[in-house]
Design a protein around this ligand. Structure first.
Ligand SMILES: Cc1ncc(COP(=O)(O)O)c(C=O)c1O
Length: 410
């Protein structure tokens, strides 16, 4: 492999966003496909988020990366967990989190799920309907509930805006029902949509929260916390055309800080804040080492010729989100390539959805790629391991490796 000489733990600087030394070293060593997480990078990301939002309780949405080493690392740093099922609660407990730092954040759950979570010690549940509240009262008596408000999802790559949440008036009804059923109406939550690219997305959610807190106060209900959900963006993605996505993270944090101050000023008792980041903590600190299956040139249905670059990794074994975004790719054997072609990039399976941007948007790749060449697929740490199929087309989930860098190298 013709990599430029570097010292150990030196970041690869041929990229616009440098890749950490630990990830570079791990990607370059070994010749088999795998997904790699940089635990030191994840710790730094957690610390950076906490320094932007110092009084916030961070509960990692573990669906974004249910990898035991990652969860242990975050739990040891002080993170709690947003769990979406009894199995996720068990995994969070095994990672070292105490039950008071775990909440059941899924509004969708059966009676059995609620009872199992209660047996495991969880006492705080998300809800958005009176039916769910009745089930929580029956199977997790005296629990704390927080009601999820619906958001528009505008500005996010994945809006999450129809399946979950209720309008402010309905949230008041849901929490009043909870109180009458012996539950504690403990909070409100929102989720502004995943990879939310605008500060306005948060502003609108904060406005809805303010309206609902005021309406609740009119009914004598005073929540003790607001959960601002997930949605914080990763920084290393590209859009479907291969242009860098450049979320205004500083502005987002400013809006969040100001919004929290405003909500605090509205309430008569102290108000705590929870956030449930998923991709923001892990996406840019995970990368896939895959390989080239083949670079081909074929006539398309419209008569034109197109290059297709087939990789060993795609939608069903690590790159589930390739419908909405593209990942930066490094071909380490071709760093000084002179000749490039525009190719549509696709995964290895028989499914035609297994391609970037619907198979319509080519990206520049070295013309000299041959079968077996390694490719590093960057910012691939979020939702990769959770969305891998168990063997579609006989392709097994990627093995997962966790590495650590030297302090100060991220
Ligand atoms: C309830 C809840 N919280 C948090 C998250 C994490 O979202 P993200 O990865 O966008 O931060 C999700 C993702 O679907 C979610 O459903």
């Amino acid at each position: 492999m013709r990599l430029p000489p570097r010292g150990r733990d030196q970041p690869l600087r041929t990229l616009t966003r440098p890749l950490s030394g630990a990830l570079t070293t791990a990607l370059a060593s070994g010749d088999t496909d795998r997904i790699i997480y940089d635990l030191t990078g994840i710790e730094h990301q957690y610390d950076a988020m906490l320094s932007e939002l110092p009084e916030t309780r961070i509960r990692f949405a573990l669906k974004a990366c249910p990898v035991d080493e990652v969860l242990h690392t975050l739990a040891a740093r002080g993170a709690g967990f947003d769990a979406a099922s009894p199995a996720e609660i068990t995994q969070a407990l095994n990672a070292g989190a105490q039950p008071p730092r775990i909440h059941y954040g899924n509004t969708v759950k059966s009676d059995q799920d609620i009872a199992a979570a209660h047996r495991l010690g969880v006492r705080t549940f998300a809800t958005d309907s009176v039916e769910d509240v009745s089930a929580i009262a029956a199977h997790a008596p005296r629990a704390r509930v927080f009601c999820r408000l619906a958001t528009g999802g505008d500005g996010a790559l994945w809006g999450l805006n129809r399946k979950f949440g209720c309008a402010p008036g309905d949230a008041v009804r849901v929490l009043a029902t909870a109180r009458a059923a012996g539950l504690t109406p403990a909070g409100l939550s929102v989720h502004v949509g995943s990879q939310q690219m605008t500060a306005e997305g948060w502003q609108q959610a904060l406005d809805t929260l303010a309206e609902t807190l005021t309406a609740l106060a009119g009914r004598g209900i005073v929540p003790d916390h607001v959960n601002l959900g997930g949605g914080l963006p990763a920084l290393g993605y590209q859009d479907r055309l291969g242009n860098p996505l450049d979320p205004p993270l500083d502005k987002i944090f400013t809006v969040l800080r100001e919004g929290m101050d405003h909500l605090r000023a509205l309430t008569s008792t102290p108000l705590a804040f929870v956030m449930e980041p998923g991709r923001h903590l892990v996406a840019d600190h995970g990368a896939v080492r895959a390989h080239v299956s083949r670079l081909t040139r074929r006539r398309q249905p419209d008569g034109t010729e197109a290059h297709w670059l087939y990789l060993s990794c795609g939608k069903f074994n690590g790159l589930y989100e390739m419908d909405q975004l593209t990942h930066r790719m490094v071909f380490p054997d071709h760093l000084g390539a002179q000749e490039y072609v525009s190719a549509i990039v696709a995964g290895p399976t028989c499914d035609s959805d297994d391609a970037y941007g619907d198979g319509r948007h080519p990206v520049r790749v070295p013309a000299s790629l041959t079968s077996g060449d390694p490719v590093w697929i960057l910012s691939a740490g979020a939702y990769a391991t959770s969305y891998m199929t168990q063997g579609f087309n006989g392709i097994r989930p990627l093995p997962c490796v966790c590495v650590r860098g030297q302090e100060g190298q991220h």
